[in-house]
Design a protein. Structure first.
Length: 538
């Protein structure tokens, strides 16, 4: 009789460390029901003693604990077992805590409160990585034991090992960038809401001051600061890939030739800019403004690497296959391989504190991937750096490219009196909703408000507004759902979406609606509403 049980793989062993006993017990019970074998400790020191005995596949530890934090515990655990994989649990949804965890060698992190649907995929990926590491280690041991007579076979196995390691490193990098992308996208959304509330309040204050009031210059200074903040969030959104950009056929040579004065200005007076365009024109499908911003960010990095001045070369050339390569080479201090590997990560910088945000190359990375391209860095200490942006290459358009439709419908029948327009504002953020409501009222609109999708749809039926202004990211029912249901109740209802995420995939299903990116000025919002209402009367 065959013993099937003997062939079944042993369950994965997970060591859980959490100083809160209730959390620890609940997590052990939950994972036990999923087939995992667990051991738990509330004391990190006791957990480290257990780790010295070996036999664990994964360390799942809280980040903040008295005595020894999760960062130190993971470092000491991986010193005992380099193949041990670690996952950090944190209740701090901050970039600092997440980046700190990643730097220690953690494969991923999980935000508290823990949800089974979020935990299981992370554990599965981490244990897969553990298996790959052990397989690689076993394979390397096997290779070392080969005899001299089998050198040819040895080289083949070594090549396979190298490919496995490359696949593991690529997988780890993808997971890290995706995790950081999700985090930065969420932070950018929250920051955009704060900027929206601040800018709206400044707009209302500005309306109350006399034209020659001394306070106006301070208001304008504060509003300029919010605009700078919005540019930072745009870079975060570009990295997280939640910012959707409309790609159009662009001659990269012509676009960068026109942008050369701006790029030269970014380099400063001590650095000369040389253009090296292999062909007269090279077409790619991209976004002109984001392309220009990406190259300016590369130029700024080059400038900072060349304090004594020199020359920077910007080139465009056909790449391998149907690709176009946009490259920038500097003669600066260069980078180590480790620095070049991490240079595209958000907030990573080698500059002194206060000298850089670490977001320049992040924008380049996000832009390239949104264009279905990639970025590579070639550098060595003391030998400068060459950054290449590889984008899909296309044939030159046979006819003039049709201009994209305006984001806001323009009424051809004249202006509409805002006092005759009733606007329903739906936003779950109290501060943002208040400035939207007050701002539109100052502009002359009749405004009603709702703090969520359900209340908004009820107000739509009972108050019969002429237009709807709705936030996208709301709990329970997001803006796309509200807009879709509103159109079902009132076909043709003018709708303006306001989004701090800039992800328009769902919003595009609501035909004819306008999307405005937070932070948006009250004036722009008011004009959008009037133009949509006026367009219905044409």
């Amino acid at each position: 009789m065959t013993n099937h049980a003997a062939t079944e793989p042993a369950p994965s062993r997970i060591l859980i460390v959490d100083d809160e006993a209730a959390n620890l017990t609940a997590l052990r019970v939950t994972l036990g029901h999923q087939g995992y074998e667990t051991e738990g400790f509330t004391d990190p020191t006791a957990a480290l003693a257990a780790l010295k005995q070996g036999g664990f596949d994964l360390l799942l530890t809280d980040l903040r604990m008295p005595g020894m934090g999760g960062v130190e515990l993971l470092q000491r655990a991986q010193a005992l077992d380099p193949n041990l994989v670690g996952v950090i649990m944190t209740g701090e949804g901050s970039i600092a805590s997440a980046v700190e965890a990643m730097k220690t060698g953690a494969l991923d992190y999980i935000l508290k409160p823990l949800k089974l649907g979020a935990i299981l995929p992370v554990l599965s990926r981490a244990l897969t990585m553990r298996r790959l590491r052990l397989e690689n280690a076993a394979l390397e041991r096997s290779v070392r034991e080969r005899t001299a007579e089998r050198e040819k076979a040895l080289r083949e196995v070594e090549n396979q090992t190298t490919e496995r390691l490359r696949a593991e490193q690529a997988m780890m990098q993808i997971q890290k960038m995706e995790a950081l992308g999700q985090l930065t996208g969420g932070v950018a959304h929250d920051f955009n809401n704060l900027l929206m509330a601040i800018d709206g309040a400044l707009h209302l204050l500005d309306k109350r001051l006399e034209p020659d009031h001394v306070g106006r210059k301070y208001i304008e200074g504060a509003r300029e600061a919010t605009r700078r903040g919005a540019r930072v969030t745009n870079q975060l959104l570009a990295f997280s890939r939640t910012q959707r950009i409309e790609l159009q056929p662009i001659d990269a040579c012509a676009a960068l030739r026109e942008a050369a004065p701006i790029i030269a200005h970014a380099l400063g007076p001590t650095i000369s800019l040389e253009l090296d365009f292999a062909l007269g024109e090279i077409w790619t499908k991209t976004h002109r403004d984001q392309l220009e911003l990406a190259v300016v960010n590369l130029a700024v990095n080059a400038r900072d690497a060349m304090p004594d001045g020199g020359e920077v070369v910007l080139g465009v050339a056909p790449g391998d296959g149907p690709t176009a390569v946009i490259w920038l080479r500097d003669g600066g201090c260069g980078m180590t391989p480790e620095t070049a590997t991490r240079a595209l990560e958000p907030f990573f910088t080698t500059k002194e504190r206060g000298k850089g945000t670490g977001l320049g190359l992040t924008q380049v990375y996000g832009f390239a991937h949104q264009c279905k391209g990639e970025v590579s860095i070639e550098s060595a200490p003391g030998e400068g750096a060459t950054v290449r942006i590889v984008l899909p290459r296309i044939e030159a358009p046979a006819a003039e490219v049709k201009e994209r439709p305006a984001d806001i419908a323009v009424a051809r029948g004249g202006r509409v009196d805002p006092g005759r327009i009733k606007v329903l504002v739906v936003d779950d953020d109290d501060a943002v909703r208040q400035v939207l409501v007050d701002g539109l009222r100052v502009e002359g609109f009749d405004v009603i408000e709702a703090a969520g999708g359900v209340d908004g749809l009820a107000a739509l039926q009972s108050r019969s507004p002429d237009a709807l202004v709705v936030d996208f990211a709301m709990p329970g029912m997001n803006g796309a759902e509200v807009g879709g249901r509103a159109r079902a109740l009132r076909p043709g209802l003018p709708i303006v979406f306001c989004s701090g995420y800039s992800d328009t995939a769902q919003l595009e299903k609501v035909e004819g609606a306008v999307l405005l990116r937070k932070p948006v000025s009250i004036g722009v919002l008011g004009r959008a509403v009037m133009d949509l209402v006026a367009a219905q009367t044409v």
